[in-house]
Ligand binder design. Structure first.
Ligand SMILES: *[C@@H]1O[C@H](CO)[C@@H](O)[C@H](O)[C@H]1NC(C)=O
Ligand SMILES: *[C@@H]1O[C@H](CO)[C@@H](O)[C@H](O)[C@H]1NC(C)=O
Ligand SMILES: *[C@@H]1O[C@H](CO)[C@@H](O)[C@H](O)[C@H]1NC(C)=O
Ligand SMILES: *[C@@H]1O[C@H](CO)[C@@H](O)[C@H](O)[C@H]1NC(C)=O
Length: 353
């Protein structure tokens, strides 16, 4: 894919068309196979977490599973994996490892995109080469994954749980973009799609955000198909501005909760603890706002887009005064509510039965 860089408008369009034609053909051949699910369909909300396998994803996943268990949160019905912090196969291994940690190996894993639609940036391995702190963990046997690609899984789940499915996307949005282009009704069947990524452009945030820059075409497709009542963007710029937590709080308050899950999370973050000065992570912030809207201070409507060409490639745009917004975004959040939620969630195993 490297040779395809800087091809704006030339190879990009035919290549995306090619991917979609092949994708649709595969869908008609294999796509109608119903994914395995073990749970009855009830009236509560369901959730899929689409993620890229880092320690920050582990936080978002464990938060969601504990919230489901102790706070009647949405039922997590699948994890879908993509590349990002680590490659897709490592993200898939990490999914199984995190589910096992939480005693939730019943949740199906769909393996998804292995690379960008066209081109993106490389991982910085912020959380280690394995995404979870490089502690030497190796998996004894291969992970059992569903027999359809994550994009097909997302489409099937959106049909099975029409109007009840929340998707929390906390990596590059390649799987979401593929699902959208294979099924134009995909977004409208969801309860809500939350996308963690992008920035509101400012002097302070004048370069692309990691998830958006990993696959700008995918982000473009999601913004292009977004509907104001169905899609919420959570820009990293707003998380930086509102939810800036110190490393001291993470290590010496949250990190001291004496449960196997918190101990594991501390280990997953051991590399990033050493290299970062604060503790401002996107994925757990997104999970907090998806699970508990009191963490959000202000939503605003926006006409959201993505710049694909030129030296601003990867920078997303927001028109907050647009008369035709295509999405909602989180403009600000309340740090005290975020911290309280984190404490409540991770100590629930100790205080609730
Ligand atoms: C976050 O807070 C720390 C101090 O606790 C400060 O040094 C840092 O610049 C802040 N970061 C942002 C993005 O505001
Ligand atoms: C973190 O830094 C300390 C002090 O430099 C070092 O002893 C430790 O090995 C580092 N841990 C990791 C996981 O890199
Ligand atoms: C955003 O737009 C929707 C649909 O037009 C509207 O119902 C909602 O009140 C708006 N929200 C904000 C925060 O302006
Ligand atoms: C934002 O939207 C408003 C109203 O739709 C429009 O007048 C304005 O030109 C837009 N701004 C930009 C920068 O596109």
């Amino acid at each position: 894919m490297k040779s395809l860089k800087n091809i704006c408008g030339y190879i990009a369009v035919p290549l995306i068309a090619f991917v979609l034609v092949i994708g649709s053909a595969l869908f008609f051949i294999f796509g109608y196979k119903s994914p395995e699910t073990t749970t009855p369909n009830d009236t509560g909300m369901k959730m899929v977490i689409d993620h890229d396998g880092g320690a920050d994803d582990a936080l978002a996943i464990t938060m969601s599973l504990l919230y489901e268990n102790y706070f009647k949160g949405p039922k997590v019905v699948a994890l879908t994996t993509t590349y990002g912090n680590v490659d897709q196969s490592q993200a898939t291994i990490n999914s199984a490892r995190i589910l096992e940690l939480c005693g939730r190996s019943d949740i199906p894993i769909y393996a998804g995109a292995t690379q960008t639609l066209i081109s993106g940036i490389e991982s910085d391995f912020y959380f280690g080469y394995d995404g979870l702190g490089d502690d030497g963990y190796t998996r004894p046997e291969p992970v059992t994954v569903q027999d359809v690609h994550a994009a097909f899984g997302l489409i099937e789940l959106s049909k099975k749980y029409e109007g009840e499915l929340i998707i929390m996307a906390i990596g590059p949005v390649t799987n979401i973009a593929l699902a959208i282009r294979m099924d134009p009704d995909f977004i409208s069947r969801l309860a809500q799609l939350y996308v963690g990524g992008g920035h509101i452009y400012s002097e302070k945030h004048s370069t692309p955000e990691f998830n958006a820059d990993m696959d700008p075409e995918a982000y473009y497709i999601v913004a292009d198909a977004a509907l104001v009542d169905k899609v919420t963007f959570i820009p990293f710029s707003q998380v930086y501005a509102s939810l800036n937590i110190t490393k001291d709080w993470r290590e010496n308050v949250l990190g001291t909760i004496d449960t196997p899950i918190m101990k594991a999370l501390n280990g997953y973050e051991r590399i990033s603890f050493n290299t970062s000065s604060g503790w401002t992570l996107l994925d757990p912030a997104v999970a907090a706002m998806v699970l508990d809207s009191t963490v959000v201070e202000e939503y605003r409507n926006s006409s959201n887009g993505m710049i694909l060409c030129g030296d601003q490639r990867g920078i997303n745009t927001n028109n907050l005064t647009s008369s035709e917004p295509n999405s909602r975004l989180v403009y600000s959040a309340i740090v005290a509510n975020y911290k309280k939620l984190l404490i409540d969630i991770y100590s629930a195993e100790l205080t609730k039965t």
